[in-house]
Design a protein around this ligand. Structure first.
Ligand code: N01
Length: 548
């Protein structure tokens, strides 16, 4: 189907995709292969999504790169070789650019273009999409590929505008090299972004002050160059690896040990955790036992082990005490690092506990907390994102009766979706890795490919069956939202104030917005829905779909 441009300002398409990250790019490829006129609108001036924006020093993936790539093309799998176990941001961005060129995607991407609004026209059964350059697009399908962590959060600190030095947010890092040499740098925030960037900045800056509100559990990544023999084996076995990834819980082919923490003696447990610490990696320690995310007592065994390692690594015990986390391990995103705790042994690093004495204001020359003033030349905000709903709410999305997504979901707590893919009252709209899908609690690449394939198959089905409108049924949505909450409720996740719960954003209502059932079971559910002719959705043919 061809793209048509009716006038200077109206473009007609089969589908609009918002965002040129991993999910948007693959969907564009699938849609074009199936013959649908499709265009991506992307705010940035190039492809990459999260890997385009998060260029901060030390940024790298925490899922092994051999699993953190597209798997849909065997040719692509053979062509690309990751240099190390956990690739750094520039290498991941090169990969995404390589994919965009290989599949000739750029000709259907409009860069430097923000989607301001998307309104469903009930008479035409089409989405009217308004862009920040004044263009209007009419499309049958509106698909968000905006990522879960793309709305960066700079807390509203009093006085920020008065600061005379430089300041940056890790999620909106400049393209030019940021010079730390000879500067007094402050990093606010010790989540994944802070913990990845702090050791790198400390090596360059004259002095680094870390403003920590909540100490974090972090374990060594043990990154290393990839051995060519290992890569050869991975290539030879990728078909099996892909099957394992897709049927697993997290999208990584690893299985938690079928053993309670209390099936072992304290000495055996210690040996298990020590071995995991030495081996490194994301799931190594958390998969040591099967009840670590379920019972406080089991969780405390791993939490205390990590605290003991922090006391061991950090020489100054006063500093070590400040770094000891005390929430349930794993209920905030577990972090893997390179020399994070070791960094506090450096002479040029100071740790400030801003839970004890909070940040009161940013002054022209630095940061003032309740009990001291810190002179700084640069502030790095590693303060995270308005996750999951934040990127969607940045667009004025309106479905039937002009109701906005924001109104429907009332500030985040009432997020209601069916499968995390669609939401009632918003026909022909699909969300890739939306709230209530496994998304951020899985290897995103596995979740992205599954969503893209499901959505593009669905759109093919619509065309093959002469259907014009697909819409989530309210009953199916209620049942899915209930199911999501029931799966999360018995876990320790819901007991911690985290961004998973919306707790990091002032005024955002609390609610666990990720499907915890695992990517394998989730895929099975989605496949069954499709096999039953899109059970839980109402599909209407052109003549039936005139509304009211
Ligand atoms: O953000 P975060 P992030 N005053 O929200 C602190 C993914 N990711 O960008 O915990 C003082 O985790 C806040 O303190 P607290 C990954 O999924 C992956 O680091 O709210 N401090 C916290 O310490 C990750 O989970 C990789 O008390 C304030 C920090 O800022 C997600 O992105 C790399 C504050 C924010 O931590 C987000 O990570 C990077 C305030 N007013 C990110 N407000 C990989 O490795 C916030 N903080 C692939």
């Amino acid at each position: 189907m061809a793209l048509t441009q009716k006038s200077n300002s109206l473009i007609e398409l089969d589908a609009v995709i918002v965002g040129a990250g991993f999910s948007g790019l693959y969907l564009l490829h699938r849609m074009r292969e199936a013959g649908f006129s499709t265009r991506i609108f992307e705010t940035g001036d190039n492809v990459g999504g999260t890997w385009y924006w998060n260029r901060y020093p030390g940024a790298r993936c925490d899922v092994e790169s051999i699993y953190y790539n597209y798997t849909f093309s065997d040719e692509l799998l053979k062509e690309w070789t990751w240099s190390s176990k956990y690739a750094e941001q520039p290498e991941i961005l090169s990969y995404i650019n390589y994919v965009a060129d290989k599949f000739d995607l750029r000709r259907d991407i409009q860069f430097k273009t923000r989607v301001d609004s998307a309104h469903f026209d009930e008479e035409k059964n089409r989405w009217e999409v308004h862009l920040n350059n004044g263009q209007t697009v009419s499309a049958r399908y509106f698909i968000t590929a905006v990522g879960c962590l793309s709305a960066s959060n700079v807390p509203k600190f009093k006085g920020l505008e008065s600061f005379k030095g430089e300041w940056y947010h890790t999620g909106r890092w400049p393209h030019e090299k940021v010079e730390f040499k000879g500067k007094r740098v402050g990093v606010i925030g010790t989540g994944s972004s802070g913990i990845q960037s702090i050791p790198v900045i400390a090596k360059e800056a004259e002095h680094l002050t870390v403003f920590q509100r909540t100490p974090q559990y972090s374990t060594p990544a043990r990154n290393q160059p990839n051995d060519p023999e290992y890569i050869k084996q991975v290539r030879e076995n990728y078909s099996e690896i892909r099957t394992q990834m897709r049927s697993s819980l997290t999208g990584i082919p690893a299985v938690p040990r079928d053993r309670s923490a209390f099936d072992d003696t304290p000495e055996e447990r210690r040996r298990t955790y020590e071995a995991a610490w030495e081996k490194g990696g994301l799931l190594t320690i958390s998969y040591s036992y099967n009840d670590l995310s379920l019972t406080p007592e089991a969780n405390e065994t791993v939490a205390e082990f990590i605290r003991s390692k922090i006391r061991e690594v950090v020489k100054d015990q006063e500093v070590a005490e400040k770094l000891l986390p005390n929430f349930y391990y794993g209920t905030k995103r577990p972090i893997i690092d390179t020399d994070y705790f070791e960094t506090y042994n450096r002479e040029n690093v100071t740790l400030v506990d801003v839970k004890k004495a909070q940040i009161e204001e940013i002054t022209p020359s630095g940061v003032r907390t309740a009990d001291a003033e810190y002179e700084l030349d640069m502030i790095v905000f590693a303060t995270g994102f308005d996750a999951m709903t934040g990127p969607l709410f940045k667009i004025d999305i309106r479905g039937r009766d002009g109701v906005s997504l924001k109104e429907k979901w009332a500030g985040g707590a009432e997020t209601r979706t069916y499968l995390g893919i669609g939401t009632a009252g918003f026909p022909n709209m699909f969300m890739l890795t939306g709230p209530e899908s496994p998304s951020v609690l899985s290897n995103m690449m596995v979740s992205i490919e599954q969503h893209v394939e499901w959505v593009s198959d669905c759109i093919n089905y619509m065309r093959d069956n002469n259907k014009e409108v697909i819409e989530v049924n309210v009953e199916a949505e209620n049942a899915w939202t209930k199911h999501c909450r029931e799966v999360a409720e018995p876990t320790l996740y819901v007991k911690t104030e985290s961004w998973y719960m919306g707790a990091n954003i002032e005024g955002k209502a609390r609610g666990f917005q990720i499907y915890l059932g695992g990517v394998g079971p989730y895929r099975q559910i989605c496949d069954e829905v499709a096999e039953k002719g899109y059970d839980g959705f109402t599909l209407k043919a052109s003549e039936e779909s005139v509304v009211k």
